[in-house]
Design a binder for this molecule. Sequence first.
Ligand SMILES: O=C(O)CNC(=O)[C@H](CS)NC(=O)CCC(=O)C(=O)O
Length: 284
Amino acid sequence: MATSVRVAAAQMTSVNDLSANFSTCSRLVKEAVTAGAKLLCFPENFSYVGSKSGNSLAIAEPLDGPIMKKYCSLAKESSIWLSLGGFQEKGSDDSHLRNTHVLIDDAGNIRSTYSKMHLFDVDVPGGAVYKESSFTEAGNDVVAIDSPFGRLGLTVCYDLRFPDLYQELRFRHGAEVLMVPAAFTKVTGEAHWETLLRARAIETQCYVIAAAQGGKHSEERESYGDSLIIDPWGKIVGRLSDRTSTGIAVADIELSVIQSVRSKMPISQHRKPVEFWRSASASL
Ligand SMILES: O=C(O)CNC(=O)[C@H](CS)NC(=O)CCC(=O)C(=O)O
C-alpha cells in the first residue's frame, strides 16, 4: 500500500429503478475521480431498493449477468476501484438471493466477493418487521483481500452488530480497512450507527469505510444515511454535511496512522481471545 491513498464513500437514496440508480452511481464515480479518489464504496442495495424488501428477488442476477457487467465497465472506464456493497446476487433457487458485497478493480475485474452472514430478522422497535432470511441465503466465508488501499475486510450492514467477525478480520486475516456498506433503518441508525462504527474502528485499529443508503426510497421505506470514513483511532475523517443527501465523503487512508496507533497500543499482543481464557478457567 502507498503511504497515503484517497478513498470515497457514496451516500445515496436508491429506488426501484435499476437504470436510475446506475445513473446516480455513474455521477458519483465522476465526482470521486475528480476528487482524486482511487476507490469508491457504494452502500448496500446500491443498484436496487424495492418498496418491500422481498421485491428484489425479481431483479436478482448472477455476478456475470448484465447488471454487474455494467458496473465492471463503469470501474474500467473511470479507472477506479469500486466496492459494491450488497448486490442482489441470484441464489441457488428462485426464491432466494445472496446479499453480496462485490469488489471490482480499476481494470473492471471482480477481485473478491463476500455474501452477508448475519441476516436482518428483526422487529425494529417503533419500526417495521424485517425477515431477510425469508428470501436471502446467508454466506459463511470470512473475506479479506489485499489492495492498493491496504488489506480490506468485506462485510455488509447488519454484520456490524457482530464484533466477532471484525475481530476475525483483524486478528486472523490481517485487515487494515473494514468496509461496512449499509441500509440501516432510521430508528436503529439514530440509536446505534455511529457508535457501532467507531467501536469497530477503535477495537480493531482499522479504518472503517461505511457507505450508507439515506432518505426516503418510497412511501414505505426510509434509511438512516450518514456515510462515514473513520480512522483507526476512531476519529471521523470523512462525512457529508447532510445525512440523507446524495454525494460522496472523501478521506485519505494513511499507512502511518495504522502503524502508529498499532505500535503505541499493541492490542494484538495484549488480547486474550476466548480460547485463552476458556482453557485458563478450565484448569482452575
Ligand atoms: O432488504 C432489502 O431490500 C435490503 N436489505 C436491507 O435493507 C437489510 C436487510 S433487510 N437491512 C439491514 O440489514 C438493516 C440493519 C439495521 O438497520 C440494523 O442493524 O439496525
